[in-house]
Every structure is written in structure tokens, then in C-alpha cells.
Design a protein around this ligand. Structure first.
Ligand SMILES: Nc1ncnc2c1ncn2[C@@H]1O[C@H](COS(=O)(=O)NC(=O)[C@@H](N)CS)[C@@H](O)[C@H]1O
Ligand SMILES: [Zn+2]
Length: 418
């Protein structure tokens, strides 16, 4: 699947220290790259209601990680999927009287535009689930053959004797190592996040769907020995990460609503398929962005869309700055004040940088690098630039080259083009 144009990344003298991130699984601050190449798998959108500010916060966060890694001298291999087949997408298309493929195509186009406007560097590989379905069949067959998965009769399927395939979580001794939830904690969110705990015939209520036999009115693909149907959600990300990056990957990224079941299950499936003891060296999660007191979500419909703000003339760089003003691991509620503060900050930075001199910028650039390398601490990074800007605007500065080198650093490190 086509991604979007890569923004120009200016060269900045010097480099960042080793980039460390907080790993959800261990709770530790760990290097985001094990060697001179970092493999990043960041879960992509399910293409409807794109691109709301929660989505944008997530992709800007992992863009920041990619930029900091590059600046530290690490090569980044970045893969992202699109869940362009899934129950919520089919339901939304049904609700709006649209063909689900048309809905997905339209929303993916909007997502590409919004990512481009927000100066998000595209993944090296951008894989739709639909185009990847043929690559999911053999792995699911292998999980069945190896006893990790089992068939459950699907009496409501269109074909006689059809079965759905489930992953047996009780086979995985490390199940729960990502989320650290107990069974009650898992059951509390499993159903609302795509799970079917009460499905007749499952061995364990938390077992995850790997392959769904064709039902009337649903799209279907040839699953070989699995029969006609479509893949489950978690196996898609596990297979795409294995096929395009190899496991263990350095970072599995996404919002914190993916910790369970999605990242727990993708990790279980990938470990079962690859024999690797771990799926990702670090699981990195974006906190939830809310509106009107609740997490922004498609089901609630309390969304602020990037494209709406852009259409209303909001500078995408102000949107990006508003997102960077929060620590990526915090949950927070979006208000107009967030945007006003970001627009104010952008104006201040622009006027400070438009002069023909300023205090030497080296210390500021070092402070930005140190902050980003410390678990992507963007609020601290922005505060360092604020200090340079207010010093410049109040006392000026003697270094004629400072504005230029700092502007390039803000572009390369923060993705803020002034
Ligand atoms: N309110 C929110 N705040 C922060 N991140 C969010 C919010 N809502 C969704 N996200 C994140 O945005 C990304 C895309 O969300 S999504 O469109 O629902 N798609 C999915 O979660 C799946 N397609 C992942 S394979 C996910 O990482 C999700 O965790
Ligand atoms: Zn995913």
C-alpha cells in the first residue's frame, strides 16, 4: 500500500545520545535500539474517523522516536499496517450505507494527507491487512498443526461444516507478560475491544480469533485448508511484523488501549510462530487523548479531526506543537486552550528565529536531544526552546548563525518547520 511523501530532514551538527524508552512490559527505561538498526512496528489505523487527535498523538509520538533514533546515528526500519478489514469498519460502512472498501480508501487518503501535513515521516513499509491476507494462512495452519490453535464449529457460517479458528492462550506460559493484567482485568476490557468471551465452544474465554469462517454478507477470502473467511485482528500484526521486520523487534508501538488484548495477543501469536522468547524488546504506549472528559473514540464519536482543524485554517505545526506539549505516556483531555497555547508558542518561536542573531544555540540543541533521548520527554524539550526564544526576544544575542542551526534542529528533531 502506498504511504505518503517523506519530509526533508535537515542535517544538524552533533548527535543525540542513546535513545531510551519506557517499556510497558518490564516497566524499565530501555534502549530503543539493540544495535545500529532499530526495527519499529507501529499499529496503524482502522480506516474510519481518521485522523482524530488521538490517532495523531500516537503517530507523532512514534515519529519523534524515529527522528531521535536517526539523530543518534541509528538506522530505522519502520513498518506500519492498516487494519482495512475488521468488524468495526464493516459496521461503520453498514451504518453509513457505504461499501466498506470505499470507506477505507477514502479514510486512508485523509490519513495520508494529515500525516503529510503533520510532517510525520512515513513507514518504510505500509501494509494493508487485506493485501496481506494470503500471508496469514500458512502461519495459522502452523499454529493449528502445532497445537497452539483449535477449530470451533461455526453453525451460522454460510458453508456446511465450516469452523472458526482460535488461539489457545492457556498454551502460552508468558501470556500476560505485556499487560500484567490478571484474568479479571483482562475480562474487563476483552469484549469491548473486539473479544468474544462468551463464544460457544472456546476452550478459554480469552482465546483470540485467528480465522473467521464466512458469514452471510461479510467479505471472504480463500483460506486454503482454513476454508473461506477472513483473519482475526491480532494475527495480522504478528504476521506483518514477523514477515517484514523479524522478531524480536525493537519497539512495538501503539496507544495504551492496545496493551490488552491487542499487543498481548500479537506478542503471544508471534512468539508461538517464531519460537522467540520475546516479540519486542520494548512495548511503547501513547496515553489516551480525550475530549469532554472521555477518551476520544470512534464509538463515542467525541472526536476532533486533524482535517477539520486544517480546513478551519489551523497551522498543522500548531497542532503538532500542541501534541508535543504533553508527555506521550500521559492521558490528557484536549481543550481549545491547548491549541491556543501552541499557536502562541509557535508565534513566539517564529519571531525569535526570524531575527538575525541569538544566544548560541548549542546548549539548547543539547537540551532538546537529552530530553527526547529520555523517554521522548517532549515537554522538557519544548521548554528548552522557550528559554532560548525568550532570551532572544528580551536580550537579543550575538551569534548570527544561531537562528539557522536551531531552526534546522527543531525541524529534524521535533518535526516543527517554522
Ligand atoms: N483517544 C486516543 N488517544 C491516543 N491514541 C489513540 C486514541 N484512540 C486511538 N488511538 C491509537 O491510534 C492508533 C489507531 O487506532 S485505531 O484506528 O483504532 N486502529 C487500531 O487500533 C488498530 N488498527 C491497530 S492494528 C492506535 O495505536 C490506537 O491505540
Ligand atoms: Zn496492530
Amino acid at each position: 500500500m502506498k504511504s505518503w511523501p517523506t519530509p526533508f530532514i535537515p542535517q544538524v551538527p552533533g548527535h543525540s545520545p542513546v535513545v531510551r524508552v519506557r517499556d510497558t512490559a518490564s516497566g524499565e527505561l530501555v534502549p530503543a535500539a539493540a544495535d545500529d538498526t532499530a526495527t519499529l512496528y507501529v499499529c496503524g489505523i482502522t480506516p474510519y474517523d481518521a485522523t482524530h487527535l488521538g490517532h495523531a498523538a500516537t503517530y507523532v509520538t512514534f515519529d519523534l522516536l524515529g527522528r531521535a533514533l536517526r539523530d543518534s546515528g541509528v538506522t530505522v526500519r519502520y513498518v506500519q499496517n492498516i487494519t482495512d478489514i475488521d468488524d468495526p469498519l464493516l459496521e461503520r460502512a453498514e451504518r453509513d450505507g457505504l461499501d466498506w472498501r470505499e470507506l477505507a480508501t477514502r479514510e486512508i487518503g485523509l490519513f495520508r494527507e494529515d500525516m503529510t501535513a503533520l510532517a510525520v515521516i512515513p513507514p518504510d513499509e505500509y501494509l494493508g491487512a487485506v493485501e496481506s491476507i494470503p500471508t496469514f494462512v500458512a502461519p495459522i495452519e502452523r499454529l493449528l498443526a502445532d497445537g497452539w490453535a483449535y477449530a470451533v464449529p461455526a453453525p451460522d457460517a454460510t458453508r456446511e461444516g465450516a469452523v472458526d479458528i482460535y488461539f489457545d492462550v492457556s498454551r502460552d506460559p508468558r501470556f500476560g507478560a505485556v499487560s500484567h493484567l490478571d484474568e479479571d482485568g483482562m475480562m474487563a476490557v476483552f469484549a469491548e475491544r473486539g473479544g468474544d468471551p462468551d463464544r460457544e465452544g472456546k476452550r478459554n474465554r480469552l482465546d483470540a480469533l485467528l480465522w473467521r469462517a464466512h458469514r452471510e454478507g461479510e467479505p471472504e477470502w480463500d483460506g486454503g485448508s482454513l476454508g473461506w473467511g477472513r483473519p482475526g485482528w491480532h494475527i495480522e500484526c504478528a504476521c506483518i511484523a514477523i514477515d517484514h521486520l523479524g522478531v524480536p523487534i525493537d519497539v512495538q508501538g501503539g496507544g495504551s488501549d492496545l496493551i490488552f488484548p491487542h499487543h498481548e495477543m500479537s506478542s503471544a501469536h508471534a512468539r508461538a510462530l517464531s519460537g522467540s522468547t520475546s516479540f519486542a524488546r520494548a512495548f511503547v504506549h501513547q496515553g489516551m487523548v480525550g475530549l469532554d472528559g472521555e477518551k476520544m473514540s470512534k464509538s463515542r464519536g467525541n472526536l476532533v479531526l486533524v482535517s477539520t482543524l486544517r480546513r478551519d485554517g489551523v497551522d498543522p505545526m500548531a497542532i503538532r506543537l500542541a501534541l508535543l506539549a504533553r508527555h506521550h505516556r500521559d492521558d490528557w483531555i484536549w481543550t481549545d486552550a491547548d491549541l491556543d497555547a501552541a499557536q502562541q508558542r509557535l508565534e513566539t518561536w517564529r519571531s525569535a528565529l526570524s531575527g538575525n542573531g541569538g544566544p548560541v544555540a548549542d546548549q539548547t540543541i543539547d537540551d532538546v536531544r537529552a530530553a527526547l533521548s529520555n523517554d521522548l520527554d517532549s515537554p522538557t524539550a519544548l521548554a528548552a526552546v522557550d528559554r532560548w526564544a525568550s532570551q532572544t526576544l528580551t536580550r537579543g544575542g550575538e551569534d548570527p548563525g544561531a537562528p539557522g542551526v536551531l531552526a534546522r534542529a527543531l525541524d529534524a528533531l521535533l518535526g516543527i518547520r517554522l
